[in-house]
Design a protein around this ligand. Structure first.
Ligand code: NAP
Length: 498
Protein backbone atom coordinates (compact mmCIF):
# COMPACT_ATOMS: atom_id res chain seq x y z
CA UNK A 1 0.00 0.00 0.00
CA UNK A 2 1.25 3.46 -0.94
CA UNK A 3 1.92 6.08 1.75
CA UNK A 4 -0.70 8.70 2.54
CA UNK A 5 -0.60 11.45 -0.07
CA UNK A 6 -2.42 14.63 -0.79
CA UNK A 7 -4.35 14.60 -4.06
CA UNK A 8 -4.18 17.70 -6.20
CA UNK A 9 -7.75 18.48 -7.23
CA UNK A 10 -8.94 20.99 -9.81
CA UNK A 11 -12.57 22.04 -9.58
CA UNK A 12 -13.97 23.86 -12.62
CA UNK A 13 -16.74 26.35 -11.92
CA UNK A 14 -17.74 28.28 -8.80
CA UNK A 15 -21.50 28.04 -9.02
CA UNK A 16 -23.70 25.98 -6.72
CA UNK A 17 -21.84 22.77 -7.60
CA UNK A 18 -18.35 24.29 -7.31
CA UNK A 19 -19.01 26.07 -4.01
CA UNK A 20 -20.47 22.86 -2.59
CA UNK A 21 -17.51 20.80 -3.77
CA UNK A 22 -15.03 23.28 -2.31
CA UNK A 23 -16.81 23.24 1.03
CA UNK A 24 -16.97 19.45 1.17
CA UNK A 25 -13.31 19.06 0.21
CA UNK A 26 -12.26 21.59 2.81
CA UNK A 27 -14.36 19.92 5.47
CA UNK A 28 -12.89 16.51 4.55
CA UNK A 29 -9.39 17.86 5.10
CA UNK A 30 -8.21 18.07 1.51
CA UNK A 31 -5.73 20.90 1.29
CA UNK A 32 -4.54 20.89 -2.30
CA UNK A 33 -7.47 22.02 -4.37
CA UNK A 34 -8.38 25.10 -6.40
CA UNK A 35 -11.64 26.16 -7.97
CA UNK A 36 -11.19 27.87 -11.34
CA UNK A 37 -14.04 30.15 -12.36
CA UNK A 38 -14.16 31.92 -15.69
CA UNK A 39 -16.49 34.67 -14.49
CA UNK A 40 -15.47 37.56 -12.29
CA UNK A 41 -17.67 36.38 -9.45
CA UNK A 42 -18.92 33.20 -7.86
CA UNK A 43 -22.55 32.04 -8.19
CA UNK A 44 -22.62 30.44 -11.64
CA UNK A 45 -25.99 30.95 -13.28
CA UNK A 46 -26.89 33.46 -10.56
CA UNK A 47 -23.88 35.52 -11.53
CA UNK A 48 -24.37 35.32 -15.29
CA UNK A 49 -28.16 35.76 -15.15
CA UNK A 50 -29.19 39.21 -14.00
CA UNK A 51 -32.09 40.15 -16.22
CA UNK A 52 -34.89 42.34 -14.86
CA UNK A 53 -37.38 40.40 -12.76
CA UNK A 54 -35.03 37.48 -12.07
CA UNK A 55 -36.54 35.50 -9.21
CA UNK A 56 -36.20 31.94 -8.02
CA UNK A 57 -39.49 30.06 -8.00
CA UNK A 58 -38.19 27.57 -5.43
CA UNK A 59 -38.70 28.79 -1.83
CA UNK A 60 -35.47 30.26 -0.48
CA UNK A 61 -35.55 28.21 2.70
CA UNK A 62 -35.09 25.22 0.39
CA UNK A 63 -33.03 26.86 -2.36
CA UNK A 64 -29.95 27.13 -0.16
CA UNK A 65 -27.02 25.01 0.88
CA UNK A 66 -27.88 22.53 3.63
CA UNK A 67 -24.52 23.42 5.22
CA UNK A 68 -25.15 27.16 5.13
CA UNK A 69 -28.74 27.87 6.13
CA UNK A 70 -29.82 31.50 5.96
CA UNK A 71 -32.56 32.50 8.39
CA UNK A 72 -33.23 35.99 7.08
CA UNK A 73 -34.36 35.66 3.48
CA UNK A 74 -36.47 38.78 2.89
CA UNK A 75 -39.00 36.93 0.79
CA UNK A 76 -40.33 33.41 0.47
CA UNK A 77 -39.08 33.38 -3.13
CA UNK A 78 -35.84 35.33 -3.31
CA UNK A 79 -34.77 37.58 -6.15
CA UNK A 80 -31.69 36.87 -8.24
CA UNK A 81 -29.58 39.59 -6.57
CA UNK A 82 -30.48 38.27 -3.09
CA UNK A 83 -29.43 34.75 -4.07
CA UNK A 84 -26.22 36.03 -5.58
CA UNK A 85 -25.40 37.97 -2.39
CA UNK A 86 -25.99 34.78 -0.43
CA UNK A 87 -23.48 32.88 -2.59
CA UNK A 88 -20.85 35.55 -1.98
CA UNK A 89 -21.57 35.52 1.76
CA UNK A 90 -21.33 31.72 1.97
CA UNK A 91 -17.99 31.68 0.16
CA UNK A 92 -16.62 34.29 2.53
CA UNK A 93 -18.14 32.89 5.71
CA UNK A 94 -16.86 29.37 5.01
CA UNK A 95 -13.38 30.63 4.18
CA UNK A 96 -13.47 29.48 0.57
CA UNK A 97 -12.45 32.74 -1.11
CA UNK A 98 -8.76 31.88 -1.20
CA UNK A 99 -9.61 28.57 -2.84
CA UNK A 100 -11.37 30.20 -5.77
CA UNK A 101 -9.61 31.85 -8.68
CA UNK A 102 -11.91 34.16 -10.59
CA UNK A 103 -11.38 35.24 -14.21
CA UNK A 104 -9.65 31.91 -14.75
CA UNK A 105 -11.26 30.05 -17.63
CA UNK A 106 -10.24 26.44 -18.14
CA UNK A 107 -9.97 25.81 -21.87
CA UNK A 108 -8.78 22.22 -21.82
CA UNK A 109 -8.31 19.21 -19.55
CA UNK A 110 -6.20 16.41 -20.95
CA UNK A 111 -5.49 13.05 -19.35
CA UNK A 112 -1.99 11.63 -19.60
CA UNK A 113 -2.14 7.84 -19.99
CA UNK A 114 1.45 7.45 -18.85
CA UNK A 115 1.29 9.39 -15.60
CA UNK A 116 -2.41 9.00 -14.87
CA UNK A 117 -2.65 12.74 -14.24
CA UNK A 118 -4.60 15.56 -15.83
CA UNK A 119 -3.15 18.67 -17.39
CA UNK A 120 -5.52 21.57 -17.09
CA UNK A 121 -4.89 24.63 -19.27
CA UNK A 122 -6.27 28.08 -18.59
CA UNK A 123 -7.18 30.68 -21.18
CA UNK A 124 -4.04 32.70 -20.39
CA UNK A 125 -1.86 29.65 -21.18
CA UNK A 126 -1.08 28.65 -17.59
CA UNK A 127 -1.11 24.90 -17.04
CA UNK A 128 -1.82 22.98 -13.87
CA UNK A 129 -1.29 19.28 -13.20
CA UNK A 130 -3.91 17.47 -11.18
CA UNK A 131 -4.74 14.03 -9.86
CA UNK A 132 -8.44 14.76 -10.19
CA UNK A 133 -10.64 17.09 -12.20
CA UNK A 134 -14.13 17.91 -10.97
CA UNK A 135 -16.33 19.56 -13.60
CA UNK A 136 -18.85 21.73 -11.78
CA UNK A 137 -19.59 23.60 -14.97
CA UNK A 138 -23.37 23.84 -14.71
CA UNK A 139 -26.34 22.90 -16.84
CA UNK A 140 -27.89 26.24 -17.75
CA UNK A 141 -24.74 27.97 -18.85
CA UNK A 142 -24.42 28.35 -22.61
CA UNK A 143 -27.13 30.70 -23.96
CA UNK A 144 -29.09 29.38 -26.92
CA UNK A 145 -29.17 32.04 -29.62
CA UNK A 146 -31.94 31.37 -32.15
CA UNK A 147 -30.98 31.14 -35.77
CA UNK A 148 -33.44 33.75 -37.06
CA UNK A 149 -32.64 35.19 -40.50
CA UNK A 150 -31.60 38.82 -40.25
CA UNK A 151 -31.23 38.87 -36.46
CA UNK A 152 -27.84 40.56 -36.80
CA UNK A 153 -29.28 43.24 -39.04
CA UNK A 154 -31.56 44.62 -36.31
CA UNK A 155 -30.86 48.33 -35.78
CA UNK A 156 -31.43 48.31 -32.00
CA UNK A 157 -29.98 46.21 -29.21
CA UNK A 158 -30.46 42.43 -29.19
CA UNK A 159 -29.82 41.01 -25.73
CA UNK A 160 -30.02 37.45 -24.41
CA UNK A 161 -31.42 37.26 -20.89
CA UNK A 162 -28.54 35.07 -19.72
CA UNK A 163 -26.02 37.78 -20.70
CA UNK A 164 -28.09 40.83 -19.83
CA UNK A 165 -26.62 44.19 -20.72
CA UNK A 166 -27.40 46.69 -17.95
CA UNK A 167 -26.92 49.58 -20.38
CA UNK A 168 -29.86 48.52 -22.53
CA UNK A 169 -32.72 50.98 -22.11
CA UNK A 170 -36.12 49.33 -21.86
CA UNK A 171 -38.22 51.98 -20.14
CA UNK A 172 -40.44 53.81 -22.65
CA UNK A 173 -39.29 51.51 -25.45
CA UNK A 174 -41.07 49.14 -27.82
CA UNK A 175 -39.83 45.78 -26.63
CA UNK A 176 -39.95 42.35 -28.23
CA UNK A 177 -39.46 39.36 -25.95
CA UNK A 178 -38.91 36.00 -27.67
CA UNK A 179 -39.41 32.91 -25.51
CA UNK A 180 -42.02 31.74 -23.04
CA UNK A 181 -40.07 29.73 -20.47
CA UNK A 182 -39.60 30.77 -16.83
CA UNK A 183 -37.25 33.52 -18.01
CA UNK A 184 -39.50 34.98 -20.70
CA UNK A 185 -42.42 35.06 -18.30
CA UNK A 186 -40.37 36.82 -15.61
CA UNK A 187 -38.85 39.36 -17.95
CA UNK A 188 -42.21 40.21 -19.57
CA UNK A 189 -43.75 40.73 -16.12
CA UNK A 190 -40.87 42.98 -15.09
CA UNK A 191 -40.62 45.12 -18.23
CA UNK A 192 -44.28 45.56 -19.21
CA UNK A 193 -45.17 48.29 -16.67
CA UNK A 194 -42.50 50.69 -17.98
CA UNK A 195 -42.56 49.73 -21.65
CA UNK A 196 -44.13 51.86 -24.36
CA UNK A 197 -45.21 48.62 -25.99
CA UNK A 198 -44.30 45.01 -25.22
CA UNK A 199 -44.72 42.19 -27.73
CA UNK A 200 -44.31 38.65 -26.43
CA UNK A 201 -43.44 36.27 -29.26
CA UNK A 202 -44.65 32.83 -28.26
CA UNK A 203 -43.77 29.78 -30.31
CA UNK A 204 -45.19 27.32 -27.77
CA UNK A 205 -47.37 28.56 -24.91
CA UNK A 206 -46.53 27.38 -21.40
CA UNK A 207 -48.73 26.43 -18.49
CA UNK A 208 -48.18 28.98 -15.73
CA UNK A 209 -48.99 28.16 -12.12
CA UNK A 210 -50.16 31.16 -10.15
CA UNK A 211 -48.23 31.85 -6.93
CA UNK A 212 -47.76 35.01 -4.87
CA UNK A 213 -44.08 35.37 -5.73
CA UNK A 214 -43.48 38.60 -3.84
CA UNK A 215 -44.68 37.37 -0.44
CA UNK A 216 -42.29 38.32 2.37
CA UNK A 217 -40.99 35.68 4.73
CA UNK A 218 -43.23 35.37 7.83
CA UNK A 219 -42.69 38.14 10.40
CA UNK A 220 -40.07 37.17 13.01
CA UNK A 221 -39.18 34.00 11.09
CA UNK A 222 -35.60 35.25 10.74
CA UNK A 223 -35.28 35.88 14.49
CA UNK A 224 -36.81 32.54 15.43
CA UNK A 225 -34.74 30.56 12.93
CA UNK A 226 -31.52 32.38 13.87
CA UNK A 227 -32.16 31.68 17.55
CA UNK A 228 -32.80 28.00 16.95
CA UNK A 229 -30.53 26.33 14.39
CA UNK A 230 -32.21 23.03 15.24
CA UNK A 231 -35.58 24.39 14.28
CA UNK A 232 -34.04 25.86 11.13
CA UNK A 233 -32.54 22.50 10.25
CA UNK A 234 -35.89 20.83 10.88
CA UNK A 235 -37.58 23.34 8.56
CA UNK A 236 -34.99 22.65 5.86
CA UNK A 237 -35.41 18.89 6.22
CA UNK A 238 -39.18 19.35 6.19
CA UNK A 239 -39.03 21.32 2.95
CA UNK A 240 -36.69 18.75 1.46
CA UNK A 241 -39.12 16.04 2.41
CA UNK A 242 -42.05 18.09 1.09
CA UNK A 243 -40.28 18.61 -2.23
CA UNK A 244 -40.33 14.83 -2.56
CA UNK A 245 -43.97 15.29 -3.48
CA UNK A 246 -42.80 17.13 -6.61
CA UNK A 247 -40.56 14.20 -7.54
CA UNK A 248 -43.52 11.91 -7.04
CA UNK A 249 -45.81 14.13 -9.12
CA UNK A 250 -43.53 14.26 -12.13
CA UNK A 251 -42.70 10.55 -11.97
CA UNK A 252 -46.11 9.00 -11.43
CA UNK A 253 -49.51 9.62 -12.97
CA UNK A 254 -51.47 9.87 -9.74
CA UNK A 255 -54.24 12.11 -8.39
CA UNK A 256 -51.51 14.41 -7.07
CA UNK A 257 -50.20 15.04 -10.58
CA UNK A 258 -53.70 15.53 -11.88
CA UNK A 259 -54.48 18.00 -9.06
CA UNK A 260 -51.47 20.17 -9.95
CA UNK A 261 -52.39 19.98 -13.62
CA UNK A 262 -55.95 21.04 -12.80
CA UNK A 263 -54.53 23.97 -10.83
CA UNK A 264 -52.45 25.03 -13.84
CA UNK A 265 -55.55 25.04 -16.04
CA UNK A 266 -57.48 26.94 -13.39
CA UNK A 267 -54.68 29.51 -13.10
CA UNK A 268 -55.18 30.34 -16.77
CA UNK A 269 -58.98 30.22 -16.76
CA UNK A 270 -59.31 32.39 -13.67
CA UNK A 271 -56.93 35.10 -14.83
CA UNK A 272 -57.54 35.44 -18.56
CA UNK A 273 -61.14 36.29 -19.37
CA UNK A 274 -60.71 37.01 -23.10
CA UNK A 275 -61.45 33.69 -24.77
CA UNK A 276 -59.32 34.36 -27.89
CA UNK A 277 -56.30 35.33 -25.82
CA UNK A 278 -56.92 32.36 -23.52
CA UNK A 279 -56.95 30.05 -26.54
CA UNK A 280 -53.63 31.51 -27.68
CA UNK A 281 -52.18 31.01 -24.20
CA UNK A 282 -53.38 27.41 -23.90
CA UNK A 283 -50.71 24.78 -24.50
CA UNK A 284 -51.54 21.57 -26.37
CA UNK A 285 -49.58 19.38 -23.96
CA UNK A 286 -49.92 18.46 -20.30
CA UNK A 287 -48.97 20.84 -17.50
CA UNK A 288 -45.61 19.84 -15.88
CA UNK A 289 -44.31 18.39 -19.15
CA UNK A 290 -41.90 21.29 -19.66
CA UNK A 291 -40.12 22.91 -16.73
CA UNK A 292 -43.15 24.30 -14.90
CA UNK A 293 -43.42 28.07 -15.02
CA UNK A 294 -44.63 29.82 -11.87
CA UNK A 295 -45.75 33.45 -11.81
CA UNK A 296 -48.14 35.70 -9.99
CA UNK A 297 -47.90 38.53 -12.52
CA UNK A 298 -47.54 37.27 -16.09
CA UNK A 299 -51.22 37.03 -17.06
CA UNK A 300 -51.79 40.52 -15.67
CA UNK A 301 -48.82 41.81 -17.71
CA UNK A 302 -49.84 40.20 -20.99
CA UNK A 303 -53.43 41.48 -20.68
CA UNK A 304 -52.27 45.06 -20.06
CA UNK A 305 -53.06 47.71 -22.67
CA UNK A 306 -49.44 48.09 -23.81
CA UNK A 307 -48.79 44.34 -24.19
CA UNK A 308 -49.59 41.88 -26.96
CA UNK A 309 -49.06 38.19 -27.46
CA UNK A 310 -47.76 37.29 -30.94
CA UNK A 311 -48.33 33.66 -31.84
CA UNK A 312 -47.50 33.85 -35.55
CA UNK A 313 -44.09 32.33 -36.10
CA UNK A 314 -41.12 34.58 -36.70
CA UNK A 315 -39.77 34.48 -40.26
CA UNK A 316 -37.07 37.14 -40.16
CA UNK A 317 -35.71 40.17 -38.41
CA UNK A 318 -35.21 43.42 -40.25
CA UNK A 319 -33.45 46.56 -39.03
CA UNK A 320 -36.77 48.01 -37.87
CA UNK A 321 -38.32 44.94 -36.27
CA UNK A 322 -39.60 41.38 -36.48
CA UNK A 323 -41.53 39.91 -39.40
CA UNK A 324 -44.01 37.10 -38.75
CA UNK A 325 -45.39 34.40 -41.06
CA UNK A 326 -48.48 36.49 -41.81
CA UNK A 327 -46.16 39.03 -43.45
CA UNK A 328 -46.57 41.61 -40.71
CA UNK A 329 -43.63 43.74 -39.59
CA UNK A 330 -43.67 44.37 -35.84
CA UNK A 331 -41.59 47.49 -35.32
CA UNK A 332 -39.63 47.44 -32.06
CA UNK A 333 -36.67 49.21 -30.43
CA UNK A 334 -35.19 46.30 -28.44
CA UNK A 335 -35.20 42.55 -28.94
CA UNK A 336 -34.84 40.35 -25.88
CA UNK A 337 -33.98 36.71 -26.42
CA UNK A 338 -35.40 34.65 -23.58
CA UNK A 339 -34.61 31.59 -25.65
CA UNK A 340 -32.97 29.44 -23.00
CA UNK A 341 -29.79 27.43 -22.96
CA UNK A 342 -27.92 24.69 -24.77
CA UNK A 343 -28.60 22.60 -21.71
CA UNK A 344 -26.77 19.46 -22.81
CA UNK A 345 -23.50 21.23 -23.57
CA UNK A 346 -22.02 20.32 -20.19
CA UNK A 347 -18.38 21.44 -19.85
CA UNK A 348 -18.38 23.05 -23.31
CA UNK A 349 -16.66 24.84 -24.88
CA UNK A 350 -13.84 23.30 -22.84
CA UNK A 351 -11.85 20.56 -24.57
CA UNK A 352 -11.80 17.38 -22.51
CA UNK A 353 -9.56 14.52 -23.60
CA UNK A 354 -9.56 11.30 -21.65
CA UNK A 355 -7.83 7.95 -21.88
CA UNK A 356 -6.34 7.01 -25.25
CA UNK A 357 -7.12 10.45 -26.70
CA UNK A 358 -10.90 10.01 -26.39
CA UNK A 359 -12.60 13.41 -26.47
CA UNK A 360 -15.80 14.22 -24.65
CA UNK A 361 -17.40 15.08 -28.02
CA UNK A 362 -16.62 11.54 -29.24
CA UNK A 363 -17.76 9.93 -26.00
CA UNK A 364 -20.99 11.92 -26.08
CA UNK A 365 -21.68 11.63 -29.79
CA UNK A 366 -25.19 10.36 -29.01
CA UNK A 367 -25.78 12.80 -26.15
CA UNK A 368 -24.39 13.26 -22.66
CA UNK A 369 -24.31 10.22 -20.42
CA UNK A 370 -22.65 9.49 -17.14
CA UNK A 371 -22.78 7.00 -14.31
CA UNK A 372 -24.95 8.31 -11.48
CA UNK A 373 -24.54 11.89 -12.75
CA UNK A 374 -20.83 11.94 -12.05
CA UNK A 375 -18.46 9.47 -13.76
CA UNK A 376 -17.81 8.92 -17.46
CA UNK A 377 -16.20 5.82 -19.02
CA UNK A 378 -12.93 6.71 -20.71
CA UNK A 379 -12.27 9.63 -18.37
CA UNK A 380 -10.37 8.33 -15.32
CA UNK A 381 -10.18 10.56 -12.26
CA UNK A 382 -12.61 13.05 -13.77
CA UNK A 383 -16.02 13.61 -12.25
CA UNK A 384 -18.97 15.91 -12.74
CA UNK A 385 -21.06 17.53 -10.04
CA UNK A 386 -24.56 18.31 -11.32
CA UNK A 387 -23.65 16.52 -14.53
CA UNK A 388 -25.94 14.54 -16.86
CA UNK A 389 -29.27 13.43 -15.34
CA UNK A 390 -29.05 15.87 -12.47
CA UNK A 391 -32.50 16.48 -11.03
CA UNK A 392 -33.10 20.00 -12.32
CA UNK A 393 -36.81 19.23 -12.49
CA UNK A 394 -37.54 17.54 -9.20
CA UNK A 395 -34.99 17.47 -6.34
CA UNK A 396 -32.98 20.24 -4.65
CA UNK A 397 -29.84 20.91 -6.68
CA UNK A 398 -27.92 21.98 -3.59
CA UNK A 399 -28.76 18.66 -1.95
CA UNK A 400 -27.71 16.72 -5.02
CA UNK A 401 -24.46 18.67 -5.35
CA UNK A 402 -23.60 17.97 -1.71
CA UNK A 403 -24.39 14.27 -2.00
CA UNK A 404 -22.24 14.03 -5.12
CA UNK A 405 -19.36 15.99 -3.58
CA UNK A 406 -19.42 13.77 -0.48
CA UNK A 407 -19.39 10.72 -2.72
CA UNK A 408 -16.34 12.08 -4.56
CA UNK A 409 -14.60 12.91 -1.29
CA UNK A 410 -14.77 9.20 -0.45
CA UNK A 411 -12.97 8.33 -3.67
CA UNK A 412 -10.37 11.03 -3.03
CA UNK A 413 -9.91 9.63 0.45
CA UNK A 414 -9.19 6.18 -0.97
CA UNK A 415 -6.62 7.81 -3.24
CA UNK A 416 -5.19 9.74 -0.29
CA UNK A 417 -4.76 6.47 1.57
CA UNK A 418 -3.04 4.90 -1.42
CA UNK A 419 -5.81 2.36 -1.97
CA UNK A 420 -6.60 3.46 -5.51
CA UNK A 421 -4.80 5.34 -8.28
CA UNK A 422 -6.96 5.51 -11.33
CA UNK A 423 -10.68 5.52 -10.91
CA UNK A 424 -12.62 4.88 -14.07
CA UNK A 425 -16.22 3.83 -14.24
CA UNK A 426 -16.88 0.83 -16.46
CA UNK A 427 -18.93 1.02 -19.63
CA UNK A 428 -21.13 -1.79 -18.26
CA UNK A 429 -22.04 0.06 -15.06
CA UNK A 430 -22.73 3.23 -17.03
CA UNK A 431 -24.90 1.40 -19.53
CA UNK A 432 -26.79 -0.29 -16.71
CA UNK A 433 -27.43 3.03 -14.97
CA UNK A 434 -28.60 4.65 -18.19
CA UNK A 435 -30.90 1.72 -18.91
CA UNK A 436 -32.43 2.21 -15.46
CA UNK A 437 -32.86 5.92 -16.21
CA UNK A 438 -34.52 5.16 -19.55
CA UNK A 439 -36.90 2.65 -17.98
CA UNK A 440 -37.83 4.95 -15.11
CA UNK A 441 -38.30 7.90 -17.50
CA UNK A 442 -41.10 6.15 -19.38
CA UNK A 443 -43.76 7.14 -16.85
CA UNK A 444 -42.54 10.68 -16.22
CA UNK A 445 -44.65 13.57 -17.38
CA UNK A 446 -41.53 14.91 -19.12
CA UNK A 447 -41.79 11.94 -21.48
CA UNK A 448 -45.53 11.27 -21.59
CA UNK A 449 -46.82 14.85 -21.43
CA UNK A 450 -46.70 15.43 -25.19
CA UNK A 451 -44.20 18.29 -25.32
CA UNK A 452 -40.68 19.01 -26.42
CA UNK A 453 -38.36 20.64 -23.89
CA UNK A 454 -34.76 21.10 -22.90
CA UNK A 455 -35.29 18.15 -20.55
CA UNK A 456 -35.02 15.86 -23.58
CA UNK A 457 -31.84 15.23 -25.54
CA UNK A 458 -31.84 15.13 -29.31
CA UNK A 459 -32.26 11.37 -29.18
CA UNK A 460 -35.35 11.78 -26.99
CA UNK A 461 -33.71 10.59 -23.77
CA UNK A 462 -34.69 12.36 -20.55
CA UNK A 463 -31.65 14.20 -19.19
CA UNK A 464 -33.09 14.45 -15.68
CA UNK A 465 -33.32 12.33 -12.56
CA UNK A 466 -36.36 10.05 -12.92
CA UNK A 467 -36.00 8.51 -9.45
CA UNK A 468 -36.82 9.73 -5.96
CA UNK A 469 -34.49 11.37 -3.48
CA UNK A 470 -33.96 8.17 -1.49
CA UNK A 471 -32.62 6.49 -4.64
CA UNK A 472 -30.32 9.44 -5.27
CA UNK A 473 -28.96 9.28 -1.72
CA UNK A 474 -28.53 5.50 -1.94
CA UNK A 475 -26.72 5.61 -5.28
CA UNK A 476 -24.30 8.21 -3.98
CA UNK A 477 -23.89 6.84 -0.46
CA UNK A 478 -20.56 5.16 -1.11
CA UNK A 479 -18.38 4.10 -4.02
CA UNK A 480 -19.23 0.74 -5.47
CA UNK A 481 -15.82 -0.59 -6.46
CA UNK A 482 -17.29 -3.28 -8.67
CA UNK A 483 -18.52 -0.55 -11.04
CA UNK A 484 -15.03 0.84 -11.56
CA UNK A 485 -11.67 -0.19 -12.85
CA UNK A 486 -9.13 0.86 -10.29
CA UNK A 487 -5.39 1.31 -10.36
CA UNK A 488 -2.85 1.90 -13.08
CA UNK A 489 -2.34 -1.83 -13.56
CA UNK A 490 -5.82 -2.43 -14.87
CA UNK A 491 -5.89 -3.18 -18.62
CA UNK A 492 -6.60 0.03 -20.51
CA UNK A 493 -8.89 -1.57 -23.08
CA UNK A 494 -9.86 0.02 -26.33
CA UNK A 495 -11.32 3.47 -25.87
CA UNK A 496 -12.71 3.40 -29.39
CA UNK A 497 -15.07 0.67 -28.24
CA UNK A 498 -16.46 2.83 -25.46
P1 NAP B 1 -36.53 27.66 -21.83
O1 NAP B 1 -37.41 27.15 -20.77
O2 NAP B 1 -35.71 26.71 -22.59
O3 NAP B 1 -37.46 28.48 -22.82
C1 NAP B 1 -36.96 28.99 -24.02
C2 NAP B 1 -38.09 29.63 -24.76
O4 NAP B 1 -37.58 30.19 -25.96
C3 NAP B 1 -39.19 28.66 -25.16
O5 NAP B 1 -40.42 29.29 -25.06
C4 NAP B 1 -38.84 28.36 -26.62
O6 NAP B 1 -39.93 27.96 -27.39
C5 NAP B 1 -38.36 29.72 -27.04
N1 NAP B 1 -37.53 29.67 -28.23
C6 NAP B 1 -36.32 29.10 -28.36
N2 NAP B 1 -35.86 29.27 -29.60
C7 NAP B 1 -36.80 29.96 -30.28
C8 NAP B 1 -36.93 30.44 -31.60
N3 NAP B 1 -35.98 30.22 -32.50
N4 NAP B 1 -38.05 31.11 -31.95
C9 NAP B 1 -39.02 31.32 -31.05
N5 NAP B 1 -38.97 30.90 -29.77
C10 NAP B 1 -37.87 30.23 -29.39
O7 NAP B 1 -35.52 28.79 -21.28
P2 NAP B 1 -35.62 29.72 -19.99
O8 NAP B 1 -36.94 30.36 -19.90
O9 NAP B 1 -34.43 30.58 -20.00
O10 NAP B 1 -35.54 28.71 -18.82
C11 NAP B 1 -34.53 27.74 -18.78
C12 NAP B 1 -34.53 27.14 -17.42
O11 NAP B 1 -33.93 28.04 -16.51
C13 NAP B 1 -35.90 26.91 -16.85
O12 NAP B 1 -36.52 25.80 -17.39
C14 NAP B 1 -35.56 26.78 -15.39
O13 NAP B 1 -35.05 25.52 -15.11
C15 NAP B 1 -34.47 27.82 -15.25
N6 NAP B 1 -35.04 29.06 -14.73
C16 NAP B 1 -35.50 29.03 -13.47
C17 NAP B 1 -36.06 30.15 -12.94
C18 NAP B 1 -36.58 30.07 -11.56
O14 NAP B 1 -37.39 30.87 -11.20
N7 NAP B 1 -36.13 29.09 -10.77
C19 NAP B 1 -36.15 31.32 -13.68
C20 NAP B 1 -35.65 31.32 -14.98
C21 NAP B 1 -35.09 30.17 -15.50
P3 NAP B 1 -40.31 26.40 -27.57
O15 NAP B 1 -40.94 26.00 -26.26
O16 NAP B 1 -41.21 26.38 -28.71
O17 NAP B 1 -39.02 25.68 -27.83
Amino acid sequence: MTARRSPRIVVIGAGIAGITTAHVLQEAGFTDFTVYEKGDDVGGVWHWNHYPGLTCDVPSQLYQFGFAPKPDWPKIWASGPEIQRYHRDVVERLGLSDRIRLNAEVVSSVFDDATGRWTVTLADGETVDADFVVCATGVLHNPSIPDIPGLHSFAGPVVHTARWDDDVRTSGQRIAVIGTGSTGVQVVSALQPEARELLHFTRTPQWILWAPMSLPQLPFADTVLAASPRLHHALYRGLLWGSGILADIVRKDTWRRRAVQAYARLSLRAQVRDSDLRADLTPDYQPLCKRQVVSGTYYRAITAGNADLVTESITEVRPEGIVTADGRLHEVDVIILATGFRAHDYMRPMTVVGRGGLTIDEAWRDGPRAYRMTAIPGFPNLFTVLGPNSPTGSISLQYTAEKTARYLAQWFDLFRNGEVDRIEVTEEATAEFNAQVAAASETTVWKTGGCDSWYLTESGAVDLWPFDRATLSRMLARPDRSHFRLGADEPLGDSAAL
